[in-house]
Design a protein around this ligand. Sequence first.
Ligand SMILES: [Fe+2]
Ligand SMILES: [Fe+2]
Length: 160
Amino acid sequence: MKKELLELALDQINYEFESSYLYLSMSAWAQDNGYPGTAKWMEKQAEEEITHGKKMMHFLQEVNEKVILTPIAAGPVDFPGFIELFKLSLEHEKKVTARIVKLYEEATAAKEYALANLYSWFIDEQVEEESTLVDIITRLEKVPTPIGVMMMDDRLGQRA
Ligand SMILES: [Fe+2]
Ligand SMILES: [Fe+2]
């Protein structure tokens, strides 16, 4: 694999773990602000980001590349509110999608087709992640009341 592609891949691994850290920050905030269901949901979300990072790590190891992990930036301590938590998450996921599309394009251009396939899996995964968040935001906007928020928190707490 070209050095440049490997560096981009390692950078994305870091970003997946950073995403995990961001969702854990959101989980901590939710717990602290009386939204235990959301805290649980965000924790699951954080776990999913770890599996993403590991999936990328394992791919690189399978093609005999060396994985180097770098420091992760701390997540925010405070968030502006309940619905904003999901709006920020959606913004974040859109950023992730744009990054992965770029990685896919770079891998394809370099004829690294197995790597491109890996990123293609992530592009599909991003469709699901964005759509879940859009759904939550849409529902919250329909019933923008404390009861709507509490119902959503309960619902999010049921995530398997
Ligand atoms: Fe991810
Ligand atoms: Fe994600």
